[in-house]
Design a protein around this ligand. Sequence first.
Ligand code: C2E
Ligand code: MG
Ligand code: MG
Length: 519
Amino acid sequence: MKQKYMQTSLEKKIRARAKRDLFYICVIVLILSCLSLIAKVDLFEQLYFFSRQHEHWEMDEITVVVFWFGLGGVFYAYRRMQDLRDLIYEVSDKAFFDQVSQLPNRVYSLECLTQMLHRAERLGRQVAVIFIDLDNFKMVNDTYGHAKGDLLLQVFGERLRYSIRKSDIVGRLSGDEYLILLELADEDELAPILERIKSLQEESYRLDENNLVLRFSAGVAIYPYDGYTATDLLKASDIAMYHSKVTKKGQIEFYTSSMAEMLYARYQLESDLKTALQNKAFHMEYQPQLSLESDQIIGYEALIRWELKGKQIPTAQLIQIAEDTGHIEEIGLWVLSQALEDAQSFLQADQTLGVNITSRHFWMSDFVCQIQRALSVHEFPPHRLVLELTESALVSDIFDDIRQKLMALRALGVNVAIDDFGIGYSCLGRLKDLPISCLKIDQIFTHALVDSERDRYVISTLINMAKHLNLSILAEGVESKEQLAMLYQIGCNMAQGYYIGKPESLATLVDRMKSSSGL
Ligand code: C2E
Ligand code: MG
Ligand code: MG
């Protein structure tokens, strides 16, 4: 069912003109009638006498024919007006409503906002503009196809409508963007509506036997504080939404003027990243991993580095931007290929190479083939490659897809480790279904190991669990002798951290290897 149709300003103008024309016609007819009365013009009598005098002209037959033509003309005009009305209805339906969700589209939503603003100005009210953008919706389209994606957009639009009041408007701007317009007589009206909208993220959608959860980022701009025109308010709410997307996904953020500056810096970084990607302006560093059983370096983890204008961009920030902008797939393949190439210069035959990947890589239908190709190009034995996948992938909507691809990788001989284990949404049920070989315990546990009995207990429990699941355990972020000693004591298999060795560039590693071998 469509939302209540609000007249556009053009329609209002046309209706006003029709009323005005009708008024003028009535006035003119009235004046002419009065004049005829005053002048005593007996029009019909004159006509009658004229037709009697010219009987042979067949005036009465002609009059009857003219009368029928007139009546036919009126009927014809009425029918054409009906056609015109249908045409206008159809055209405005296409021009103002989104055909997938049946919600007002961008043009009509902005028209409604403009009218709401006029009314709010007259009545001294506020208007809240909420910009909503679904997170990772591309994944739904890629995984389930566009027809299912459209269905999901439609259902989501409906749920949005039921979470607002009848008088409010929800429109679909484009793709996975929605706009909600609320007229507020009182500021307190906003909070419960926002709560209801936010809670939609807890609801699930059934698609192809899978229960899908749609997460979104949203931004709110309020008239008259954040803008006076529809365009300004839309822009402010868009900025707030984008801020929420890059800082804390899944939240509804209110616009503040400082957001624009932060976003400008972010846009700048995004475009720098694009250029860096074209010029391959990244390099790799490698951090050693120690076996606590043999006391030997048993492998290295490859970590990407990006230096921009003489400044090191934090890697976590680089990865986040690359994920948000969809460049992570390309970066991931570059990292893999570069690390495999670099490994030839420093990695010993019994050492492994850890390469980080994100769940986004599993969206690539040819991901497994790409890994296989890279391994054969660099003639790297698959069993020495360890792909590090963060724990958040375990709660991904495409978990089944991830599992199948991991199985295919395992069949090739590639090892998989779960990175930053313990801080995410530990989904132990899913862990046992995955063909993984190692759990990398996040550094927050390692850091607290010496002082906190609780963290010691957590790691011990994880080690026991890992043993039962036939997995090895690596503790990340070892920064001191005490931490390392404690890890030995509780039976951890491997360790990595600044105390063992900081990440180093290929050149430094090769130099050190040369000097230690006396070359
Ligand atoms: P990670 O995979 O858990 O990597 C370990 C991070 O901890 C690295 O940060 C490393 O420099 C840092 N680290 C190692 N030892 C210590 C320590 O003793 N103390 C402290 N405080 N930190 C230590 P980095 O290089 O900034 O990377 C951050 C995260 O970015 C990585 O966490 C990984 O998730 C991601 N990342 C790094 N390189 C890549 C990459 O090539 N591809 C992808 N997809 N992600 C990457
Ligand atoms: Mg890692
Ligand atoms: Mg980690």
